[in-house]
Design a protein around this ligand. Sequence first.
Ligand code: MSP
Length: 529
Amino acid sequence: MAAGDSFYIATPIFYVNDVPHIGHAYTEVAADVLARWHRQSGDDTWLLTGTDEHGQKILRTAVANDTTPQAWADKLVEEAWLPLLETINIRNDDFIRTTDKRHEEAVTIFLKKLYDDGYIYSGEYEGYYCVGCEEYKQLDDLMETETGDYAGQLVCKIHSRPIEVLKEKNYFFRMSDFQQRLLDLYEERPDFIQPESVRNEILQFVKQGLSDLSISRSSFDWGIKIPWDDSHVLYVWFDALLNYITAIGYGVDDEEFQRRWPATQLVGKDIARFHAVIWPAMLMAAGLQPPKQVFGHGWLLVGGEKMSKSKLTGIAPSQITDTFGVDAFRYYFMSAIHFGQDGSFSWEDLAARYQSELANGFGNLASRVIAMVNRYYDGVVPAPGAYTADDLAVQAITKSAAETADASIQKLAVHEAIAAIWTIVDELNGYITIQEPWVLAKKDETRERLGTVLYTATEGLRALAVLLSPVIPDATAKLWTALGASAGLGDLTDQVIVDAGHWGQLPVGSRLGSLEALFPRIEPSEVAG
Ligand code: MSP
């Protein structure tokens, strides 16, 4: 991407039937890291997230809690979903709720257009529906249970709860018209759906043929009214998917819409089909471009199963951030899991990586280097003398790490980007062990060499702060302050990330501050689990 390009990234919007768990936080963090990276690359970046508030699932939850769906949604947004963004330090540019007026108005415009253009017709729907999934089901998606509360009944394979048999007059979207155009899209743009495993699954699915999609319900009224028939409300997924364009001015602010669309869309692989089949078909029907990319990330597994509240394996993000801090949360999920594959969460793994990678690897490196400059140079960054091959190796690794990291981010391989950046951490730790600045400090004749070594180390920390700022914003901000870098270079978040590997940016003479432990030791008794 050239600097200055538009980069619009969106997370799915989350159901407000329950409070967030770390699976939801995972998508948010990934999107936020990508957005921060692009912002620091000078791109015209926009990060959208929000909540999905209509439909039967939310309605039933509200009724079960003796309240109205609107009051319930308001409560959950205020008490759970907005605070989540604080807990994990998300810098979103907008937050959309499907109950926002702006959303409802733009959805109405969209529906009228599709109706006027003949893509919506009235028909009879007869089939199965799972409220947990908010999805129409085929027999293949169901199984008959033999034991338990629902013995002998057909249940959804995902939720293990009985499905409902629907027989209603519905409005249908002519999705079947788009089968070939979708297949053409997947072929012309092989990275439209990523990763490959998700792409293959979707290709298989679409090749089997597409049916038209029932897009309205008349048995309850918690939803957006169908503009030409107010006895129906819009199917919750049709409503929800539109958030990605209603939030950026579709139908209302054409300039803003043209500036942002199309989006990079991060979704869990379980909902990739909605985003890579139904959504582009809807957009095509309205004469709009499909998303730039749909990336289906893997699941966080706990005890080998998809973590979920309903299966009581849900872990609240604050359970982790309270002990390990927000940066460790972000770093752990982004580095330990290959983005696109499933990843198992365990407290042991988190604690072990925290200690070895963040506390011993990065945090300790930063503290030692800053302490040495404070001790040997009264906190003033020394001038380097002639560089040796060892110093040049640090420079070369920094440069190539920055390039590799940027290339990895362009293909959404966040874990690879962090691994590349970590080669700088490892290189600097090895460098300091070999150069032994504490020995160089003992003699006058090695004083110049000491200056070169400590300049190399502080300049390496400068590059690390810039490159890691999208992942661990708080720790790198502290490091930036301790490096005294703002005076010569400006704010950390204004540092151009693709230039991070250019050597020699930290001005000689910068005045360092002190640095508290970035990742303090955590006693095993403090770790939950
Ligand atoms: N409301 C719909 C999305 C509509 S987007 C137009 C929805 N909401 S959700 O709250 O159930 O899920 C939101 C996201 O969280 C999905 O991408 C889902 O994959 C993700 N995750 C839920 N559990 C997860 C894990 N255990 N691991 C990783 N992601 C998980 O679906």
